[in-house]
Design a protein around this ligand. Structure first.
Ligand SMILES: Cc1ncc(COP(=O)(O)O)c(C=O)c1O
Length: 329
């Protein structure tokens, strides 16, 4: 089912937003890019003035309830006092300071304690950094090239995974094979003769592709993918960028008893501050240590609040039906 975001008569004031769109049109290609390009959705404001709690105000003063949680990250509400106090404490000590902040180690230790499969953690800034790192680690570990990706799944905006073809070459996608979500037969068919070339299968905890109805994972599919990865010697990458810390603190497939080898995280991890993480098992530790990944701002300490902890489980909203395991919220 697709959704028409422009349905209904929108009587809200839009002049400041329109004016900003007009000015941006002169100095930014198309006026905006990526998922914030709202040219197709005139009923949605492109510019937001401020936020607090569950609410946003656009530049024309219109008030909204942010059911989007700002595309996922703001799980505790905008400007949550505890998060802001912790972030401010970090910011006062200097953000971009040549090296990592001590709180990085604290957060890594907490994640290793919290996430069931995690023996180690690496940090980055965006979900795309983290999904791409997982693929690179899997390739470094296996010395293989191919990655299996579910048809229509979103794993970020790098050339290997962007849903839009402009500027993407055949070489960028040469080592991808597609399968259908919840369909183990389609994985076997896609792998075909390539079993010895497959570095990883990347899969979302549930099917949350834009523009389609969401679909829960079949527990049998999750278990079969795990077993199949073990059979062919490929890494199972569970892309928890979107669902992570929403379904289960131990990892979204933990209630199903299915543990990935590698998981990218972002979104809800820092309540809107730019932070991503990759967790992995000991088997992939050497490969993770062998790849060169970094960024000038990756060690910025602002998003790493001291005393970070996942939300209490009562705040984790979604339930896996019939998973029957303790800790299944
Ligand atoms: C499942 C999934 N993986 C990766 C990404 C990319 O994350 P980012 O936009 O932070 O690069 C997203 C973003 O929506 C996502 O939903």
């Amino acid at each position: 089912m697709t959704t028409d975001l422009n349905v209904g008569t929108d009587l809200r004031q839009r002049s400041a937003d329109s004016e900003l769109r007009r000015r941006a049109g002169a100095v930014v290609p198309n006026g905006m890019y990526g998922h914030l390009d709202m040219r197709a959705f005139p009923a949605i404001p492109q510019y937001i003035a401020r936020s607090r709690g569950a609410r946003l105000w656009d530049v024309d003063g219109n008030e909204y309830v942010d059911l989007m949680c700002s595309w996922g990250p703001v799980i505790l509400g905008h400007q949550d006092p505890a998060v802001e106090a912790a972030a401010e404490q970090q910011r006062r000590q200097g953000d971009c300071v040549n090296g990592a902040a001590p709180v990085m180690v604290e957060l890594a230790e907490t994640l290793v304690r919290t996430v069931a499969h995690a023996d180690w953690v690496m940090f980055a800034k965006n979900g795309t950094d983290a999904t791409t790192m997982c693929c690179t680690i899997a390739r470094a570990h296996t010395s293989r090239a191919m990655i299996l990706v579910a048809r229509g799944a979103y794993h970020g905006a790098a050339p290997w995974c962007t849903p839009f073809p402009a500027g993407v070459t055949a070489a960028d996608r040469a080592n991808l094979l597609e399968y259908d979500y919840n369909d183990i037969a389609s994985i076997r068919a896609a792998v075909g003769e390539h079993a010895d070339d497959v570095a990883a299968i990347i899969v979302s905890p549930f099917r949350h592709d834009a523009g389609f109805d969401q679909e829960l994972v079949e527990p049998s599919f999750a278990r079969e993918v795990r077993a199949y990865c073990d059979t062919i010697g490929a890494a199972l990458i569970l892309d928890d960028v979107r669902a992570g810390f929403r379904l289960h603190h131990g990892g979204s497939w933990e209630p199903l008893g299915v543990h990935p080898d590698l998981t990218p995280w972002s979104k809800a991890i820092a309540n809107g501050y730019p932070l991503a993480a990759v967790t992995g098992t000991d088997r992939y530790r050497d490969a993770a240590g062998s790849i060169f990944v970094t960024g000038s701002f990756w060690m910025g300490r602002w998003p790493w609040p001291p005393g970070w902890r996942p939300l209490p489980s009562s705040a984790v909203a979604m339930r896996w039906p019939g998973c029957g395991r303790s800790g299944c919220n």
